[in-house]
Design a protein around this ligand. Structure first.
Ligand code: ZN
Length: 583
């Protein structure tokens, strides 16, 4: 199999003269933009501002193209020196342009409220209202310009240094298991081994090694939490999660409703844990058994079959979805072959509504890879539908970004299950999907609750490692109940989670994305074909409105706990289907 992408529609090679010409042209355009608008935003009328936004958007799009190409070339071959140099060169150019044009958003933010309200109501800016509001949303929490500069500068050596310490130390750790030296990734991958004693040894060794550096993790997390608390006080942000809600374009009440619904459904996860214990022949599951494989021989799926499976699943949902997916195969927008030097993992990269997205994965013929293909093509289809949006409204916020990808995976799972007569294989498929949902919904909810509890307790003073361990243990115990026994070393389970360090409160967005899709899928099951055009409208809206507005158009009220419960109905049915394979 040789499925490699063809990037020549972007540039013929890193040496393509058009590439340098584009970089140079973007620089000239940026200079012209600065010359024309810097210091003048407050003087523009609505029509003038609309023109400025369009110019800004065109400029951004133009400036991004060379770097986008460089990034794709580099991902396809990280050993390629020319690609690496191109990444550096284009990054510098793009940074220069971004720095030159930051005044634009700053001046928009600085407009006084009355002036802004008048502009936002003007019909000439109707299509730009959402983007303008996005720019303005942090205004109440913004400090003066010199203060912001000081915060940025001190972050480099303050918060930034703590994050770097975490990264460097955790990256440098090696784990000795049965006489072998392993990296963190290698030892954690052993949780998927079939030998239960080995799985437990692996997780214990991993956590014990982390525990030997407990002073560092405790101090780093305490420092970051205090830094955040002090910055919130400075900016008069009452709730430490609020900045994350602003990024995600959701209200705190929505997240509350979602998390409460998730907790109400913890017993569903426990029902699965008991089933899995039965399938593995264990009296009770340990938390090192959660990802244990069931012993059936995995099937191999050649790429051609994966292609027809995914196209069939998409086509059965909507012919136009299939047609868009076919483009990715027919026009060589997919890089699926396994090659040395290729970047690990998978992605779908989208630059602008005027250029097609590109999908990269390393296809090794497993069912997991077929799901990855459906996932990344889902992203691609989302972005193709949204291609009618302006560049600034093109990409959805994080909370909606996984909609089509996860939806695509569910459609695929359904087709695989419906086509598979063998009970053992069906069982494996069901377990894989359910474990996926548990890891994305329930586990991420636990992570978020731990983080919220830790930040709340930090206001009383620094937490000891034992206190952090207790908070972690208690939140996990709520999920596991008496269905899963945690190994004692798991008290250190909080210490290695990079999200707490890199992007606080990020994890609830995973819950949101997955549950939203499950609830949408439930609607599809109830409404059938009538649901399809409304779902496609949602995709086509891209990032042009906040999630509650877009979902409101589908008659969905995301502040309502009952909405989130619908998602769990899908999980419950999958569980019942799994239980039926046991009879
Ligand atoms: Zn994704």
């Amino acid at each position: 199999m040789s499925v490699a992408w063809d990037l020549t529609p972007l540039y013929s090679s890193p040496a393509d003269p058009r590439l340098d010409a584009d970089v140079a042209a973007a620089r000239v355009e940026a200079a012209a933009f600065v010359e024309r608008y810097r210091g003048r935003i407050a003087t523009l009328d609505a029509t003038g501002l609309a023109q400025a936004i369009t110019a800004y958007e065109d400029l951004e799009e133009q400036a991004r193209r060379p770097g986008f190409y460089a990034h794709l070339r580099f991902a396809a071959d990280t050993q390629d020196e020319a690609a690496r140099r191109l990444v550096d060169r284009t990054r510098e150019a793009a940074l220069g342009i971004a720095n030159a044009t930051t005044f634009f958003e700053l001046e928009l933010k600085a407009l006084d409220d009355d002036a802004f309200a008048r502009l936002a109501e003007d019909p000439a800016l109707a299509e730009r209202r959402h983007w303008l509001q996005l720019v303005r949303r942090r205004r109440p929490y913004t400090l003066s310009e010199p203060e912001e500069r000081i915060v940025n500068q001190k972050n480099l050596t303050g918060r930034g240094a703590l994050v770097q310490l975490f990264d460097e130390l955790s990256g440098s750790l090696r784990f000795t298991l049965d006489g072998r030296e392993l990296t963190g990734e290698q030892i954690l991958s052993m949780l998927y081994e079939s030998d239960g004693a080995l799985r437990e040894r692996a997780l214990r060794t991993f956590l014990d090694t982390y525990a030997t550096h407990g002073v560092v993790w405790t101090s780093v997390l305490n420092g970051l939490m205090q830094d955040h608390r002090l910055e919130c006080e400075l900016r008069k942000v009452g709730d430490p999660v609020l900045p994350t809600h602003l990024d995600n374009e959701v209200r705190p009440e929505t997240v509350d409703a979602m998390m409460t619904a998730t907790e109400r459904n913890y017993p569903l996860a426990q029902r699965y844990f008991r089933l899995k214990a039965k399938l593995l022949g264990l009296p009770v599951l340990k938390n090192t058994d959660l990802y244990a494989p069931l012993d059936e021989t995995p099937s191999r799926v050649p790429f051609e079959d994966a292609r027809s499976l995914v196209l069939y699943a998409f086509g059965a949902f909507a012919p136009e979805v299939r047609a868009l997916a076919e483009d990715f195969f027919d026009k060589s927008w997919i890089d699926a072959e396994v090659r040395p030097g290729k970047r690990l993992g998978a992605f779908c990269a989208s630059m602008s509504p005027h250029t097609n997205p590109w999908v990269l994965l390393s296809y090794t013929e497993t069912l997991r890879d077929v799901a990855t293909l459906a996932h990344e093509l889902g992203h691609g289809i989302h972005d193709r539908f949204a291609a009618r949006q302006r560049p600034l409204d093109y990409l959805p916020p994080l909370t909606l970004a996984e909609t089509a990808s996860v939806f695509g995976e569910i459609l695929l799972t359904r087709v695989l299950l419906d086509r598979e007569p063998r009970r053992e294989i069906r069982r494996g498929l069901l377990c894989a999907k359910i474990e996926d949902i548990i890891a994305t919904v329930f586990r991420q909810n636990v992570l978020t609750r731990f983080e919220m509890a830790a930040h709340a307790k930090r206001t009383e003073g620094p937490l000891t490692a034992a206190e952090l361990g207790d908070l972690w243990w208690n939140e996990n115990a709520k999920l596991y109940g008496d269905a899963v026994e945690m190994i004692p070393a798991y008290r250190w389970g909080w210490s290695y989670i990079p999200h707490f360090i890199h992007s606080r409160f990020y994890c609830y967005a995973y819950v949101f994305g997955e549950l939203l899709v499950l609830a949408l899928y439930q609607r599809y099951r109830e409404e059938g074909a009538a649901f399809v055009p409304r779902y496609l409208e949602l995709l086509a809206a891209g990032g042009s409105e906040a999630p509650d507005v877009l979902l409101g158009r589908l008659g969905i009220a995301i502040d309502d706990a009952a909405f989130w419960d619908r998602g769990f109905a899908v999980l419950e049915d999958l569980l019942a289907e799994l239980e039926a394979t046991l009879d």
